[in-house]
Design a binder for this molecule. Sequence first.
Ligand SMILES: Cc1cc2nc3c(=O)[nH]c(=O)nc-3n(C[C@H](O)[C@H](O)[C@H](O)COP(=O)(O)OP(=O)(O)OC[C@H]3O[C@@H](n4cnc5c(N)ncnc54)[C@H](O)[C@@H]3O)c2cc1C
Ligand code: SF4
Ligand code: SF4
Ligand code: SF4
Length: 381
Amino acid sequence: MIQIIGKEKCCGCGACVQICPKNAITMRADNEGFLYPVIDDKKCIKCGLCLKICPILNNQKQDFRPKVYVAKNKNTEVLKKSSSGGMFSILADYVLEQNGVVFGAAFNKNWEVYHRFIDKKEDLNILRRSKYVQSNTLETFKETKKFLEEDRQVLYTGTPCQIAGLKSFLNKEYDNLLTADIICHSVPSPGVWKEFLKQNYDVNKLVKIDFRDKKYGWDKSKLYFYFNDGKIEPQSKKMSLFRIGFGETIFCRPSCHKCYFKDSNRFSDFTIGDAWGYSYYAPEMFDRNGLSILFINTEKSEKLFNILKDDIVYKEVSFDTVIKYNPYYKTSVKPHIKREEFFGCWQKEQINKLIKELTYRPLWVRIYCKVKSMCKKILKI
Ligand SMILES: Cc1cc2nc3c(=O)[nH]c(=O)nc-3n(C[C@H](O)[C@H](O)[C@H](O)COP(=O)(O)OP(=O)(O)OC[C@H]3O[C@@H](n4cnc5c(N)ncnc54)[C@H](O)[C@@H]3O)c2cc1C
Ligand code: SF4
Ligand code: SF4
Ligand code: SF4
């Protein structure tokens, strides 16, 4: 049976929980607020299935060179509702038109993030937009298998490790399955997210949370909280402290600092990300409503891209150039130097105060970074 030897060796995909024939495994939060599998010895029959399907313990290296496009959805309304260039919606629309089902990350009524499916176009907004919190896959691998065996077309979207977990769980190729992962910086702790919300807001009054609010444009998107009395937080252009903590990698999952699913070690048909660095390879395509980078990883996705391309504005670009400006396609994020300090006291202290204090940079460091990034832009490095 499965044993977590080092926390960086479990991405929390939930495949082991969903494969167990005896329901002997449950996901439980550790002292950092991340979920890990825990086995009930009394129920376990030592069949070894959980070990066999873990995508990290059985990591089969993939290696391929994808085609890459800068792309955006031709439908401006959909583009505005999406995190980057609305590529997820292009794929989802196609699958829903085939009477299929689409899986992705959503909020529940307590504003926790979890995976679910939708089968109607009018519900697409539930899955749109990046949620910068680890999503719980619950029973969605089992549900996917059921739909596939009923011959329904399925699109499953998520982080690269969730797609690896799903593929391993299914253990066979299905013609009616399409998968899309994201360029994945890392995922923050669901426990920290819950505590942050509790300490700062009246959760019952929240009507919308948008991690990628495009009020000031896609390339300047920010986290905003909307309330039922019309109030919006933060009230200025200020970056929310949760987004700062995420960007500074102070509360990300240990497996994200040594990610097994970077570069082309991916199991998805498509990879979607933000077209960061667009001004170097596609300045003419800039749109303040959003711009994606789309990786075509398989023959299946190449065929589908050809069917869908009339709904997309696109341009083929060089893989190496794009990766230069979106480093987390290839590289794992480094943990913040004060990560341990954060997790040593996050349950006792004010989260805002901790983020502020631990990520504080003196004025001269901030000026140095700003000048460095401006010089890079001017010199086009
Ligand atoms: C945690 C996280 C980190 C990211 N890091 C980067 C990065 O470093 N560089 C980069 O270029 N892009 C990153 N992205 C991807 C980017 O933010 C967009 O999600 C992506 O470009 C898709 O945009 P879209 O307009 O096509 O999709 P949208 O219509 O906005 O759809 C969002 C898609 O993301 C999925 N999703 C949302 N939240 C989660 C979640 N918590 N877990 C799993 N899946 C989720 C949904 O299921 C859906 O498929 C990240 C996304 C997330 C969720
Ligand atoms: S060994 Fe089999 S029964 Fe035991 S936890 Fe793993 S999958 Fe479940
Ligand atoms: S990586 Fe996934 S399958 Fe492996 S132990 Fe963790 S939750 Fe289970
Ligand atoms: S960085 Fe890697 S381990 Fe972390 S959520 Fe993304 S794919 Fe999973």
